[in-house]
Design a binder for this molecule. Structure first.
Ligand code: SF4
Length: 461
């Protein structure tokens, strides 16, 4: 029997946000002076010294993958990344100066993530320069988690060893699918043997955690071919697996126009592949973290999930409680205290803002009290799968059932299908309900119901 029935898919596989933030980024308001971020950074500097997460967006890729929906720059000109690093340094200066506490003390960093684009577009010396630029401006904790996204086509054992030497302790490999026909159709050819050898090298170099990203719903994928990919994935035994659904939106993402829609698997096949992947990972000892993530029981993500300490931000699920996130680089998003802010998306705007001596921010938002309580409810659902009414009533001075009367009415249907249970004490998402947790969280999203515009998002599965 299928873990997710067609009836549940039909009713609850609806378009909705991924809730890496609430309010979601599309609700941010124009703020090209970076006022929300500046205020939040300065308030943070004046308060107790809490650990900080850093995200750096490195947008360059040598060739385009046809399924791509990321903000990237396709180029073979490596001079571009050299220039970009100079501007990142300026941005880091502007942020670090606003974060400096009494006596000029810089912020302590507990987490660094390099994403893109392809961070490994940068040469070894450029990556070394970037790390030293950051370390000169922020105090990295000795136990800081430092992770980087790896395009397997751009690294070898020597490069992985260099990354380890720079202090990176987590890797995320973009795999998507091992089937040669699928790889050719999405213009990303990286044979299984090559990726498996790299992962073996990474193990020998003692990286703490290795993640593999997969996508289902790509051209020519079918349950038989995907079963082979799953077999190969569990053979290389990553600590974490992220399994994303491909959303074909060629009107929005230009590279996707090069994918022939007739080669895409239909909804039934997609559901079968999702089902077989979940079964395979669970049978191989992985624990389901939430949304699209699985981890081995001893991985930190699985441990914090079991302890009810899982967190979520723009980088997805993580284990750093209460930490603010500062994003550097084009399109990077920051979340500091009550503020969200997003950088400009093009290189020209980015360098232009920094040449003018200002933060390269495009839009932002300072949360009001209603946003804060809803963010708390949504993140509790997304991370712990439960909400305790009394805890929130004490924290925010509300009567939960009155304040969220409309949201609780929307939840009734999820209760009827066994996806959520409600008691006088609170709400709890069921085992099957976890697969639809985005849809559950949507019940509490004020903006979504005010504007009834959730069709813009990808579906929850
Ligand atoms: S999927 Fe990643 S590597 Fe491929 S074009 Fe997009 S950002 Fe670059």
């Amino acid at each position: 029997m299928s873990l997710i029935s067609p009836a549940l898919m039909q009713r609850f596989d609806i378009p909705g946000p991924r809730y890496t933030s609430y309010p979601t980024a599309d609700r941010f308001l124009p703020d090209n002076r970076g006022e929300a971020l500046t205020g939040a950074l300065e308030a943070r500097a004046a308060g107790p010294s809490l650990p900080l997460s850093l995200y750096v967006h490195l947008p360059f890729c040598e060739s385009v993958c046809y399924y791509c929906g990321c903000n990237k720059v396709i180029t073979k000109d490596h001079g571009k990344s050299q220039d970009y690093l100079r501007y990142l340094e300026r941005e880091a200066d502007l942020v670090a100066s606003r974060l400096a506490g009494p006596g000029g003390k810089s912020a302590a960093v507990s987490q660094l993530h390099l994403g893109g684009g392809s961070p490994t577009f940068l040469s070894d010396s450029e990556l070394a320069l970037l790390v030293s630029t950051l370390k000169a401006r922020f105090d990295f904790l000795e136990e800081a988690e430092c992770s980087i996204e790896i395009d397997p086509r751009t690294v070898d054992e020597g490069r992985l060893s260099h990354l380890r030497g720079l202090g990176f302790n987590r890797l995320s490999f973009g795999v998507q699918d091992f089937d040669p026909r699928v790889q050719a159709a999405v213009h990303r050819v990286q044979p299984y043997e090559q990726v498996a050898a790299l992962m073996q090298s990474a193990r020998a170099l003692q990286f703490d955690s290795i993640n593999v990203d997969l996508i289902y719903g790509l051209p020519y994928q079918n349950p038989e071919s995907f079963a082979r990919t799953l077999e190969q994935v569990v053979t290389v035994h990553p600590d974490r697996i992220a399994l994303y659904a491909y959303a074909h939106l060629p009107a929005r993402f230009k590279p996707q126009r090069r994918i022939d829609a007739d080669t895409l698997p239909g909804a039934d096949l997609k559901l079968q592949m999702l089902d077989q992947a979940i079964r395979r990972f669970l049978a191989d000892g992985y624990e389901y973290i939430g949304m699209d993530h699985f981890a081995l029981p001893e991985d930190q993500l699985a441990r914090v999930k079991r302890d009810g300490r899982l967190q979520r931000n723009f980088q997805g699920y993580h284990a750093n409680p209460g930490s603010d996130l500062v994003g550097l680089g084009v399109s990077a998003i920051s979340q500091v205290g009550r503020a969200y802010s997003q950088n400009v998306k093009t290189l020209a705007e980015y360098t232009g803002a920094l040449d003018a001596g200002r933060l390269p921010v495009e839009r932002g938002l300072t949360l009001d009290d209603d946003d804060r309580v809803r963010r708390d409810v949504i993140m509790r659902l997304m991370c712990q799968g439960r909400v305790n009414f009394e805890a929130l009533e004490r924290q925010y001075g509300i009567r939960f059932e009155t304040y969220f009367e409309e949201a609780l009415a929307r939840i009734r249907e999820f209760e009827q299908f066994g996806l959520v249970s409600r008691t006088p004490a609170g709400l709890e998402v069921s085992k099957t309900g976890w697969f639809f947790v985005r849809a559950v969280a949507m019940a509490f999203d004020k903006y979504l119901w005010q504007h009834a515009d959730h069709q813009r998002f990808s579906k929850v599965l």
